[in-house]
Ligand binder design. Structure first.
Ligand code: GAL
Length: 657
């Protein structure tokens, strides 16, 4: 039976060899079975161009192997050595203001520069040739967080690569002009040579140019990954991954990335200052599962306690690390790794927590790490098992990019703002959701929610129509279906691309003043947005009671084929105050109509997720709770429950049928 992968980033080059022996002994004590090695050691293993020193890596890999600990071997290309930057200053990252960034940190180089690519190829070749057939190497960890600090580079090499990418995509300049709508302001190009990277410029840079620039920048990083992957494949059959940053990296389109990796792995750091940070964690896990095509994935990095880079680095409270970890497993993780194994004494991250803190083994964190390792050993039934979800929330990185370009109808139109409002409400109602791309097959979902689909291709609109006609229940929030993939308005009035499915179109937007609220006839309140909805087949379920659209539809419903499409024209919030639980009520109506069952009598902050044969109950509150109507055996304690399951404050119960 497979076990959950457990461990973390391991940086033995920061420590004398005698410490390694203690490390490995303690890893065994904690149940660690995988460590990520060598992620940042380029400057150590290749101290001068073409001169290699493998001794340390040879020895630590042998030591880990002798102790039964697998290696996730990193390629060190996110930390180019000082000699490379000195010999080739032209590879330095150039930011949008034209500044070439100095050395002294990691990343900081142009992802498209041929000199950098050549140096990457060379070190990866050496590494793969040396360790490709080593039995300890279970997995390859290519690079680290592609795009973390160098997502877009504005140097000449990058601009030239962009022009090549455009030529490949459009074939000739006329097609590019057509797609980008360059007749506007006469921004017409006669050849690709005239196109510049969208660095600092006067406001109003062509949005279509900006979207293609973002797509190109993702592809530039993917090209580096592919190059490394191809080299490794010549020496090793072990699977390869690179650590994603879902959902907190806006710049990387991980749906674009997903087909490249053998195993989806993700780094997630709790946004610790939030009142209910577990909701954003759950969202990260659910979205990572979507990126993994609905299958299992692994957490490559999270933290045992505080990080070192948030404005206030709040330590995890007792039990929080365990709840966080097991929530990831509940939502599909087959591996649970931390940054990092042993806290660093020197360098930029010395105040970051670790599995083995500065205080050593006589610490709460260490005891929790050992306890978690032992819990995970009992969770083999979860490995590879699917997470049950009947509802999908639409997510599209391109729509995020497009919505948040300049000169939108309101600065308060935020992709994450609406997604998190809807996701949070669903989470509190114990509805496990899958995320899905708008063009994905949605047929298996009872309900689909589109909180923010500003950019929606005609293909996606057709997909949504087919979904509803086939019996699906769709809920769309305002300012969706407005533009196509080039940020060009769909013809026929706003949201017209969804007119036949929603049974309406939008004549004019009426964004609200800062802090303004309006009332609906249902008693709910709205913020941010109002608009003039023109019905064409849909019925109004609630109208605006005041504001610029008083008397006009605010929430609508349209029966199409065997299904129903709902639309909401304002930001209904979730229990902001007693009157304003409009979003929760609306979602409940949609879910009831779709036949989505929710567990009754479970307090909001008790997370309830089903994965394979296991039910995970995680109590994030400081109140003891009982989940009625469930029975089964606790896989961690062996306790049997017949009539309801007690979940004490802060605790986790995992039941098997
Ligand atoms: C990640 C990164 C790690 C470490 C960690 C600290 O973004 O991949 O190397 O820096 O953050 O939280």
């Amino acid at each position: 039976m497979q076990t959950i992968r457990y461990g973390g980033d391991y940086n033995p080059e920061q420590w004398p060899e005698e410490v390694w022996h203690e490390d490995v002994r303690l890893m065994r004590e904690a149940g660690v079975n995988l460590v990520s090695l060598g992620i940042f050691n380029w400057g150590v293993v290749e101290p001068a161009p073409g001169e290699y020193d493998w001794d340390g890596l040879d020895r630590i890999i042998a030591l880990l192997h002798a102790n039964g600990i697998g290696v996730d071997l990193g390629t060190p290309t996110s930390a180019p050595p000082s000699w490379l930057r000195r010999a080739h200053p032209e590879i330095r990252l150039v930011d949008a203001d034209g500044r070439a960034l100095a050395s002294g940190s990691r990343h900081g180089v142009c992802p498209s520069h041929p000199v950098y690519a050549e140096a990457c190829a060379s070190i990866v070749e050496q590494l793969a040739a040396r360790y490709g057939s080593h039995p300890a190497v279970r997995m390859w960890h290519l690079h680290n967080e592609y795009g973390w600090a160098n997502v877009q580079c504005y140097c000449e090499a990058s601009a030239a690569a962009f022009r090549g990418w455009l030529a490949e995509k459009y074939g000739d300049a006329d097609r590019l002009n057509e797609a980008w709508g360059t007749a506007f302001w006469g921004l017409v190009y006669r050849s690709f040579d005239e196109v510049e990277a969208p660095a600092a410029a006067p406001p109003g840079v062509n949005p279509a140019l900006q979207l293609d620039w973002r797509r190109f920048s993702v592809d530039a990083h993917i090209a580096n990954y592919r190059m490394q992957r191809a080299i490794i494949a010549r020496y090793s059959e072990a699977p390869a991954t690179t650590n994603f940053m879902v959902p907190n990296c806006k710049d990387m389109d991980y749906f674009r990335w997903a087909p490249e990796v053998d195993v989806v792995s993700n780094n997630h750091y709790l946004i610790a200052e939030r009142a209910e940070p577990e909701i954003e964690l759950a969202m990260s896990a659910d979205l990572t599962r979507a990126v993994a095509g609905g299958g299992p994935w692994m957490v490559m990095e999270h933290s045992t306690s505080a990080v070192n880079w948030q404005p206030r680095n709040i330590a995890k409270t007792p039990g929080q690390m365990r709840r966080n970890s097991l929530a990831h497993v509940a939502r599909g993780a087959d591996g649970l790794m931390f940054f990092q194994w042993r806290a660093s004494r020197a360098g930029a991250e010395k105040f970051h927590s670790a599995m083995l803190p500065h205080g050593g083994t006589d610490t709460r964190v260490w005891r929790d790490v050992v306890a978690l390792g032992s819990d995970l050993e009992r969770l083999s039934p979860a490995v590879g098992a699917a997470v049950a979800a009947e509802v999908a929330v639409l997510w599209d990185w391109e729509s995020w990019w497009a919505l948040e370009l300049e000169w939108r109808p309101s600065v308060e139109l935020g992709f994450r703002e609406r997604i998190e409002a809807y996701y949070g409400s669903l989470w509190r109602q114990h509805v496990t959701v899958d995320f899905a791309h708008p063009e994905a097959d949605l047929g298996r979902y009872k309900a689909v929610v589109a909180p923010s689909s500003y950019l929606l291709t005609a293909e996606a609109a057709k997909n949504l129509r087919g979904y509803v006609e086939g019996g699906g229940h769709l809920l769309v929030s305002y300012f969706s279906g407005i533009v196509d993939e080039h940020d060009t308005v769909h013809p026929g009035g706003h949201a017209a691309v969804l007119r036949d499915v929603l049974g309406l179109w939008v004549e004019e937007f009426h964004p609200l003043r800062e802090g303004a609220r309006l009332a609906l006839t249902s008693g709910a309140t709205g913020r941010i947005w109002s608009e003039h909805v023109r019905l064409d087949g849909a019925e109004a379920v609630a109208a605006f009671a005041d504001g610029p659209d008083a008397g006009r539809p605010a929430v609508t419903r349209h029966r199409v084929g065997a299904g129903t499409a709902w639309y909401v024209a304002t930001a209904l919030d979730d229990a902001v105050d007693d009157r304003a639980a409009g979003l929760r009520e609306l979602l409940a109506a949609v879910l009831d109509g779709a036949g989505v069952e929710r567990p009754a009598g479970v307090p909001d902050r008790v997370e309830h997720v089903r994965r394979g044969p296991l039910s995970f109950l995680i109590n994030h509150s400081d109140q003891d709770a009982t989940v009625p109507g469930l029975r089964g055996t606790d896989v961690l304690t062996g306790d049997a429950h017949e009539h309801g399951v007690p979940v004490p404050a802060g605790e986790v119960v995992i039941l098997t049928d």
